[in-house]
Write a protein that binds this ligand. Structure first.
Ligand code: BGC
Length: 761
């Protein structure tokens, strides 16, 4: 009886909730129906138009070119316009001076924080901490919405296995499972539970699809892959964002199956909407429609019509929709229904954001004064940055340093603020970032004496340095000859007890249009490092990078390497926290670091081939390997050291021969066998040993980050069900197949304990 009552209440609650949803939807639909009835064709096309905002100076919105277009109803939204006053001014034009007073939507690339900048996404991923990642997105949304922005061109979830591609820095690395978890966490963080709140924003998952698979790692290059690889590997994180309810999707520049994504109906409609049930709107990437003429698909009118028909709703910057769709409609090349559908989706997004109710919802000047770059946000950013650092090597426990003695801090990135936030930090105020040198000084206290020398420029080639330090991220190129700088650095270093060599990439050596064909530390800096090592002092390489680098020489010769990516505005403090041991590093690589660039693409979840090299071997004739380098990575996916050490017990399995939909438990006991409290990311991998299609040698299927005191042990258990065994088969059906599986658990993808099970249907 009690159970009956409970069920009754549950079903009543469900019906009330769904009734409320239906009535909210009905209200919205009738509002939008009414509005659309009043709209002219030009006004409808205006909603599909997302022009660049140009350089609107505060106070000049009304007289600007954009102001005129907004008044004429030819603009649906603006992006990368910064500052709540400016945004309020243009919104005012839209809602007071345009005929139908439709509010604008304001977008921005808030990729890893707004003014409080968090680590670059690849660094965030190295935390393997979904709560922290969600929190970073939440703070980014709080700050951006306090400054007028309600739509975010993030998360970027493109799987990337080629570190030559500069945009690996903006994504979550090489793994579909980790990437999917992060995609979800970011969408939750940005969108919260209610998009209409004044501190939540609409997310935009990008770049749909396969942008990370550009041939040769050259940005914007051709992409081509089988459907089975797409579904099993590259598409998963986009789908995860859709499943989490992301409000919008951005197209990618590349082609998919020979058709640019932006005109690809299979991708934009059949898969995205019909199969995956996406209900939001699709925006192009920057001038992606226009660029389809270069791809060879026809003139602007033709490609604009193709994009609309494929399922694209909003045209970023190129104005192909605005200027050609009316003519295409007259010629019968597109239908009114297609234009209406796109227009409706944009209006729905604005409605969901609460813009019709209050177009100034995100323009609260008081919030912008108190909620941006707050002490609390910066504190979180510092903590997250420290969690993102990956200790790659620590011979004879050079690290952590004691807070005494003399420390030489050397290198072109040691005393620099503007590069700390990393690529895509459009809202950052670089002057507020903390350099490594400043952070070290403040954290260490007065018992440590710091000596500093720049030691070298970023690169010997000044033109290269110029290309790699754009957008105000200068390294203040030193005009002294290289040998003079080197000599000074060696002199300074000789007076120290320990040397911190702060080297690597500049912020803009990764990011958009920053592909590299060599992916080492620039030679000039390597030369500096060699000279520093010759002093005989212990050297710690504090490495800045936005991509996996080739570090074979450094790994062989430098006693300690701490990879700090680009940690955001609080980088300096976070580096100091880890260097002096206030925080024990726990980051794990979300991407494989190759030994050399010739091994690329190198990723842990590869296939076995018909002629695999036996594990631990190299070289064998007529098997899949190289003459000049082993198949091993330098640092495998999931790798990262700690100041402590963790030992793993053998795996315990609750049932070695499960059947059907049973659930089994795989457990290990992890012990902190060192002398520091620390955190460890325990990783579960599964190999499907026999399949109807070839299967990867291992796939990440779960992970848990645990904290352990010295001597402490914890048992970590993973529940495994057939859901974890599913994959897309040759008919692209998502299903599992019975047979043998290898269950692996460890602290990285290479060093695992393993056990075999047999799972029957
Ligand atoms: C990038 C996108 C970005 C857009 C708007 C494009 O060049 O590919 O990632 O969101 O610009 O700034």
């Amino acid at each position: 009886m009690r159970k009956y009552n409970f069920l009754l209440i549950v079903s009543l609650v469900i019906s009330v909730v769904s009734f409320a949803q239906v009535s909210t939807d009905a209200k919205m639909n009738s509002f939008i129906d009414g509005l659309m009835k009043k709209m002219t064709m030009e006004e409808k096309l205006g909603q599909l138009n997302l022009p660049g905002s140009g350089d609107i100076v505060t106070g000049q919105a009304s007289s600007s070119d954009i102001g005129k277009k907004i008044r004429e109803g030819k603009v649906g939204g603006l992006f990368n316009i910064k500052g709540v006053e400016k945004i309020r001014a243009v919104q005012e034009i839209a809602v007071t001076q345009s005929r139908l007073k439709i509010p604008l939507i304001f977008g921005m690339d808030v990729i890893h924080g707004y003014q409080t900048v968090f680590p670059i996404p690849l660094g965030l991923s190295a935390t393997w901490d979904m709560k922290l990642i969600e929190q970073s997105a939440r703070i980014a949304a709080v700050e951006a919405t306090a400054d007028g922005i309600c739509w975010n061109f993030s998360p970027m979830v493109d799987i990337a296995r080629d570190p030559r591609w500069g945009r690996v820095s903006e994504g979550n690395g090489e793994d579909p499972y980790l990437g999917s978890q992060i995609a979800r966490a970011m969408v939750r963080g940005y969108q919260g539970k209610d998009l209409a709140l004044n501190n939540t924003m609409m997310a935009c998952v990008k770049h749909y699809a396969l942008y990370g698979a550009a041939e040769a790692g050259r940005d914007y290059n051709t992409t081509d892959m089988s459907r089975i690889r797409m579904f099993n590997e590259y598409l998963q994180p986009y789908k995860a964002a859709i499943d989490e309810g992301v409000g919008s999707v951005m197209t990618s520049f590349n082609e998919v199956d020979g058709i640019p994504a932006t005109a690809n109906k299979w991708l934009m409609t059949d898969l995205l909407r019909t199969q995956w049930g996406f209900k939001g709107f699709v925006v192009t990437d920057y001038t992606a429609i226009n660029e389809m003429s270069n791809h060879g698909l026809g003139d602007l009118k033709t490609v604009s019509a193709l994009a609309l028909k494929a399922g694209v709703d909003m045209d970023m910057v190129g104005e192909g929709f605005l200027t050609t769709l009316a003519q295409s409609l007259k010629e019968g090349k597109i239908s009114l229904k297609q234009i209406d559908a796109a227009c409706r989706r944009i209006l729905v997004a604005k409605y969901q954001l609460g813009l019709f109710e209050d177009p100034f919802r995100y323009c609260d000047i008081n919030r912008s004064k108190t909620e941006i770059f707050s002490t609390a946000h910066r504190k979180t950013a510092r903590e997250i940055a420290a969690q993102s650092f990956v200790l790659l090597k620590n011979q004879q426990n050079v690290l952590p340093l004691k807070k005494t003695g003399t420390v030489a801090v050397i290198g072109p990135l040691a005393d620099n603020k503007s590069n700390m936030p990393g690529t895509w930090s459009v809202a950052a105020d670089f002057t507020k970032a903390t350099s490594v040198l400043t952070g070290l000084k403040e954290v260490a206290g007065s018992n440590v004496k710091f000596l500093y020398a720049k030691g070298s420029n970023l690169d010997a080639d000044s033109m290269y340095e110029e290309r790699a330090t754009m957008f105000g991220k200068t390294l203040n190129r030193d005009s002294r000859p290289a040998d003079v700088m080197l000599k000074e650095a060696v002199e300074v270093a000789s007076q120290s007890d320990v040397i911190l060599a702060v080297l690597g990439e500049s912020a803009e050596m990764t990011g958009e249009a920053s592909s590299r064909s060599e992916i080492g530390i620039p030679k000039l800096q390597q030369d500096l490092l060699k000279e520093l090592l010759k002093t005989g002092k212990p050297v710690v390489l504090v490495l800045f990078t936005g991509r996996p680098l080739t570090l074979s020489w450094e790994d062989k010769n430098v006693p300690a390497i701490l990879n700090v990516w680009f940690g955001g505005t609080e980088t300096g403090y976070a580096v100091a926290d880890v260097i002096f041991g206030d925080v024990n590093p726990s980051g794990k690589l979300p991407s494989t670091f190759p030994q050399n660039v010739g091994q690329v693409p190198l990723y842990y979840n590869h296939k076995n081939t018909g002629r695999p090299l036996p594990e631990g071997k190299w070289f064998q004739k007529f098997v899949s390997n190289y003459l000049d380098v082993s198949n091993d990575p330098l640092y495998p996916f999931g790798y990262g050291l700690s100041y402590s050490t963790f030992t793993y017990s053998d795996i315990k399995i609750s049932n070695l021969s499960p059947k059907g939909n049973q659930q089994i438990k795989a457990s290990v006991t992890v012990t902190n066998s060192g002398s520091f409290s620390g955190m460890e990311v325990v990783q579960l991998y599964i190999r499907d040993i026999v399949g109807t299609v070839t299967r990867p040698v291992k796939e990440l299927k779960g992970f848990q980050k645990i904290a352990l005191k010295p001597g402490e042990s914890k048992t970590v258990s993973f529940d495994i069900t057939p859901e974890d065994l599913k994959f897309y088969n040759n008919e692209l059906k998502y299903a599992w197949e019975e047979g043998e599986f290898q269950i692996m658990i460890g602290g990285n993808s290479r060093d695992t304990k393993s056990v075999k099970i047999n799972w029957a249907k």
